[in-house]
Design a protein around this ligand. Structure first.
Ligand code: SAH
Length: 492
């Protein structure tokens, strides 16, 4: 390991002599790229006001200068003298800056002492043996509720390809994701375990546009307390979604009955009906919360010329959505893996927030609707369809269905009240259960009509799982407990 550290130090000594941005990024188009990607990367960060920030592998301070204007205090660390000196020259006049020349793997930092750790192209320079323990260390340096951001080149190199020896470890996106979700540590008082939950995982758009390179990935994670039995037996809620209801196969067979591109009630038909209520105008910005495999987003962009950001917590969903995006060729539609309860956007970012059959997975609806309210522009519109329920008592069948799925359901009027309490006006809360029942019947007939094709594409077992699931859904709705709501509201 020491030998690897020496090689790495030698490599960077060679590449830090001029301390320029081209040299540091190992890329001759560095300035142009920086201009494009800097604002993009900064827009992914949480609000840093008052935060104590640790910037690791800060280089000549491309990001330091910006972090300094956003945060309470920034400690910038790099192991190359000339980089640290250049950073100090450019940014040392800020009274809230500190500069440390050190190898990040050898830093000695007290536990729980930072609110935010930022690194851009650092972890890819750590070896396999170093990486896991380094992520554990960072988890310790952060206070509970603090955030870690890192950006890496995945799968292959990002800079000029003709460079000589380049000691980078090009890991896959999945390797990084696995590492951060599996790292855990005991809290200081014992008995508590901490780990990272995903807030956001996103491709750098500037690299896709300028270099046709989709391998620049960013992660934003939150240090959270892990409790043993909350996620239905999984460590994180994301793992619960990806391994239970939304496995790749599970998603594709849902799509077969809901309609191409859709994983929610009525697929293209209800989407057309509900989107029509919005009077979308070209150029408007739409946020789709729980965008699934993106059918609704492609439809909105194609039909109305809007820009859509689809976010979804399930990796499997976003993977499929991105595969479809390649054939759709619609640069106005983007997807990201994100947790809607943790992701932040600046005030007034969107004209429309749209969400179909997703918020059933989310516990604190009032808090979520308050976030939506702030993300909408004045006059912006909210449109939601969602699973709801009747007042209790519920049948044991419905009780156990809701428990097994981990859904959090309210009656349509309670749901509407949350939207009003979050500050929205013109709230319309409609019980659309009759339409729900109609749609389920149609979908069931259509699935039965293509039974052979369905079985050929999937299997008999998959076919039965779907049609039996739909029959049970029909029973639960007919018995009155399961309800479906449509919600519309605006921001003043
Ligand atoms: N709206 C899509 C998909 C509906 S399925 C469609 O109409 O086709 C519900 C989606 O909600 C799933 O893709 C699930 O991964 C996503 N989801 C659940 N909890 C989430 C959260 N906290 N943040 C973002 N997405 C979430």
């Amino acid at each position: 390991m020491e030998k690897a550290r020496c090689n790495m130090t030698e490599f960077w000594k060679e590449h830090s002599k001029a301390a320029t941005v081209e040299e540091m990024m190992l890329d001759s188009r560095a300035r142009e790229l920086t201009e494009q990607e800097l604002p993009e990367i900064l827009s992914m960060l949480p609000c840093l006001a008052g935060y104590k920030v640790l910037e690791l592998g800060a280089g000549i301070g491309r990001y330091t200068s910006h972090l300094l204007t956003m945060a309470g205090h920034v400690t910038a660390v790099d192991f190359m003298d000339s980089f640290v000196e250049k950073n100090r020259q450019d940014n040392g006049h800020h009274s809230n800056a500190a500069f440390i020349q050190a190898d990040v793997t050898k830093l000695d930092i007290p536990q729980n002492s930072f609110d935010f750790i930022f690194s851009n192209w650092l972890l890819m320079y750590l070896s396999e043996e170093e990486l896991q323990s380094f992520i554990e260390k960072m988890l310790g340096w952060l206070r509970p509720g603090g955030f870690l951001f890192f950006r890496e080149s995945c799968n292959h190199r990002s800079g000029d390809s003709k460079r000589d020896f380049n000691p980078t470890c090009y890991r896959t996106e999945a390797q990084y994701s696995h590492l951060v979700s599996s790292v855990q540590m005991e809290g200081p008082e014992g008995g508590q375990t901490f780990g990272f939950d995903i807030v956001l995982k996103k491709k750098v758009q500037a690299y896709i546009e300028m270099k046709n390179n989709p391998n620049q990935l960013c992660w934003l994670l939150e240090k959270v307390r892990r409790s043993s039995n909350t996620q239905n037996g999984f460590t994180t809620f994301q793992q619960f979604l990806d391994n239970k209801q939304y496995t790749r196969r599970g998603i594709l067979r849902y799509e077969k009955i809901f309609g191409a591109g859709y994983v929610s009630t009525g697929g293209p038909s209800t989407t057309k009906e509900f989107v029509d209520l919005l009077n979308l105008k070209p150029g408007q910005k739409v946020l789709d919360v729980g965008s699934g495999i993106g059918g609704g987003d492609f439809y909105m962009a194609k039909t109305f010329g809007v820009e859509v950001l689809g976010l979804d917590l399930s990796d499997n969903m976003v993977d499929i959505a991105m595969e479809r995006a390649i054939t759709e060729k619609l640069p106005s539609v983007q997807f990201e893996v994100a947790d809607a309860t943790k992701r932040t956007f600046p005030e007034g970012s969107f004209d429309v927030i749209y969400s179909r059959d997703t918020i059933l997975h989310i516990d604190d609806k009032l808090a979520l609707f308050k976030r939506f309210h702030s993300w909408l522009k004045p006059g912006g519109q909210l449109l939601i369809s969602d699973y709801c329920c009747s007042e209790k008592p519920w049948t044991p069948v419905f009780e156990s269905y809701v428990k097994q799925r981990g859904y959090i359901l309210y009656t349509p009027s309670q749901y509407g009240k949350f939207i009003g309490d979050a500050g929205f006006c013109n709230v319309r809360a409609e019980d659309r259960t009759a339409q729900f029942i109609q749609v389920i019947k149609t979908e069931l007939h259509e699935a039965e009509a293509i039974k052979h094709e369905f079985i050929k594409e999937f299997s008999e077992e998959d076919y039965l799982a779907i049609v039996n699931g739909w029959r049970e859904k029909l029973e639960r709705s007919n018995s009155g407990n399961q309800r479906w709501g449509l919600f519309y509201a605006t921001r003043k």
